[in-house]
Design a protein around this ligand. Structure first.
Ligand SMILES: Cc1ncc(COP(=O)(O)O)c(C=O)c1O
Length: 381
């Protein structure tokens, strides 16, 4: 179907931070498949894990136990500070659907009917299913798809205390859902003050705090969860994208409060956490939880920003982001810049009409960062 506007390039091979096209050209990848290929392309540990698992067993369904899924689950819980239980699915939207179900049931069991509203933010992006679109605070994604799931209200990102207070003291609210760093709408880290105030109001009013870490989690901002940088332990967190380095997977994780909400038969997935995805996820986790690895992501992010500033590109108006989740607002159109970058051998993303988004693989080198910025300087001149 005609859902994608694809760039005129066909990739056939990837190695590290580079992709090769059928045109014979090599492209420097600052997109990582939209925050998915976090270990880059063809990472030896990931390739080995997937190859070995494929030779043994792909999938058995969740009717049976799996050694590799259990190992992945244990490792993920160990990495995810404050989380005790998880459910495996296949994508970010599904992870958020799971989070919404948990929040609604938590409230229903404790308070009965009528407490089902979820407060989310304008500019948020939580997925493309009808319910995650209902949670998404961007009008442009809603056109033509109603009616939507009821029970979502939006407030401004970084809203004033009074606005937060009004929203998170409503008697019908069961959850607050936030991307600590909004991705699709421009790579916007929430302010410390806003996040802390929201977490405190949630705790006081028994409202579940859901962190959508689908894009900003798995180490992308320099800590496993972006929430850690705000000193917040969410009640529920969602992951997908980079979780298995390119094999489709997702997870919804819960801490103490929400860990036991879902019971047998409440939720399910045919593919979720299957052996192939779990083997890939375990390999990714082994790499990113190695001592010092996530600190390196933060350091590379700072290096990226510093070099981008030093490049003094006149059409760049603002640079922001955390770790290797970065953006630059430019004077011209982002779509045109993406095309020029492609022609010059650099893959970048947009996040809004005038915003360039950079989500390179974690294994990117300083030299590759400088090379990409050099290309940016030329194409934006
Ligand atoms: C923050 C966030 N949540 C959810 C999603 C949806 O993920 P998926 O496309 O895997 O369903 C995305 C995708 O871009 C995202 O950035």
């Amino acid at each position: 179907m005609n859902t994608y506007h694809r760039m005129p390039v066909v990739f056939t091979k990837g190695e590290g931070t580079f992709l090769t096209g059928t045109d014979g050209k090599c492209y420097l990848d600052f997109t990582a498949g939209i925050a998915v290929n976090c270990l880059g392309h063809g990472h030896p540990a990931l390739v080995k894990a997937v190859k070995e698992q494929a030779e043994k067993l792909f999938h058995t369904s969740n009717y049976y136990q799996s050694d590799v899924s259990a190992a992945f689950a244990q490792k993920l819980i160990a990495a995810a500070s404050g989380m005790t239980n998880l459910f495996f699915c296949n994508s970010g939207a599904e992870a958020n659907e799971g989070a919404i179900k948990i929040a609604r049931k938590y409230s229903f069991k404790k308070y009965g009917t009528g407490r089902f509203v979820i407060v989310t933010l304008k500019g948020s992006f939580h997925g493309r299913t009808i319910t995650t679109l209902s949670a998404t605070g961007q009008e442009k994604f809603h056109t033509n798809f109603g009616p939507f799931t009821e029970g979502f209200v939006f407030i401004e990102a970084d809203a004033a205390h009074a606005v937060l207070e009004r929203a998170l003291t409503r008697p019908d609210v069961c959850a607050f859902m936030v991307e600590p760093v909004q991705g699709e709408s421009g790579v916007r880290p929430m302010s410390d003050d806003f996040m802390k105030k929201a977490a405190a109001l949630c705790a006081r009013n028994d409202i579940l705090f859901i962190a959508d870490e689908v894009q900003c989690g798995m180490g992308r901002t320099g800590t496993f969860f972006a929430c850690e940088q705000y000193g917040i332990k969410p009640d529920i967190a969602t992951l997908a994208k980079g979780i298995a380095g390119g094999v489709p997977a997702g997870a919804v994780l819960a801490g103490e409060k929400a860990a036991a909400v879902l019971e047998s038969g409440d939720h399910g997935s045919t593919f979720g956490g299957n052996a192939l995805a779990a083997a890939a996820g375990l390999a990714v986790l082994n790499v990113i939880t190695a001592p010092g690895f996530m600190a390196e992501i933060a350091r590379k992010g700072e290096f990226f920003i510093q070099k981008l500033k030093e490049a003094a590109i006149p059409s760049i108006k603002e640079i922001r982001g955390r770790g290797l989740m970065l953006a630059a607002d430019i004077e011209g159109g982002a779509a045109e810049a993406l095309e020029k970058a492609l022609a010059a051998g650099l893959l970048i993303l947009s996040a809004g009409p005038n915003t360039l988004r950079f989500l390179p693989p974690y294994i990117i080198s300083e030299a590759e960062i400088e090379e990409g910025i050099g290309i940016l300087k030329r194409i934006l001149a």
